[in-house]
Write a protein that binds this ligand. Sequence first.
Ligand code: CUA
Length: 335
Amino acid sequence: MRHFVIAGLLIIVVTFLTYFGLNAAHLMPVEASAQSLPIDWMWDLQVKAMSFLFALIAVPMFYSLVVFKRKKNDTTDAEHIEGNTRLEITWTIIPLFVVVLFAYLGAGNLADTIRDSPDAMIVKVKAFQWGWNFEYPDYGISTLELYLPVNKAIHLKMESSDVIHSFWVPEFRVKQDLVPGRVTELRITPTLSGNYKVRCAELCGTGHYKMEQPVVVVDKAKFDTWIAEQQVLAAQAAATPEGRGQKIYESYCIACHSINGSAGNGPTWRGLFGSQVELADGTTVTADDTYILDSIQNPTAKVVAGFQPMNFKYEAAGITVEQLNDILAYIKTLK
Ligand code: CUA
């Protein structure tokens, strides 16, 4: 009996030490969304359960090792135990009850994080190798950074144009895969203004590590100003071929072609126009209007040396023949 009391007290002490130790490690970033509250509540409950289970196993083990150590010169057998039905029933029923309880709490928790809000603002998220594009259908703009008004329900409708990606802003807690051929959804109500990052949480190729872009949460007034600015920029862009070309680039071409000189799945567009391009068959061509338009329309005909042929079908992607000239105009600006 004395051993049970001592071990019991030690279990309580170790439970608290483990729990406060884990809490002091600050395992979670700040809570920046309404959805993070139920998730963190559940997390905290699980850390408490884990701390207790750790103590429940570790304390009796080390206590036995120390207290019931074989005495010197004691060569007798230990007491033989046949089994204990009552104990076995107990340690089956209690964990079963705990697991069912956590499943019940988890289901309610999941319902809280995906609950629909009728006045939610829709943002369409498009993921590609390797980056994100955000479209605001209510305002007719698309951007490379996700701007969100604080305390406003957001409904993300997400699509991938190539492989599986995963939308994850740790401060919002929620995470959702983007699956090619499907529209997946995520609901976020940002509650804390600040600068965050969306990062891809699914290994999606060699550029996975750089698939992160800014997420900015601002108050309503700042958000409205930003929207107005973006609409002006969009209108200006739409007025010129190179502006329209840039928007097409950011929605489609950016997945494979950089504009900063680095190679992606395809060659960079920086300094492309007018340059001498070495092809896989050993010949060299000048990147003029004809070469660039031909290469968009028939990507596997003149493959650049060092790259795999990629058969991008611009019409299937929704780009018109007229828009090809806008893309060409944009490429010409990338010196
Ligand atoms: Cu997209 Cu990893």
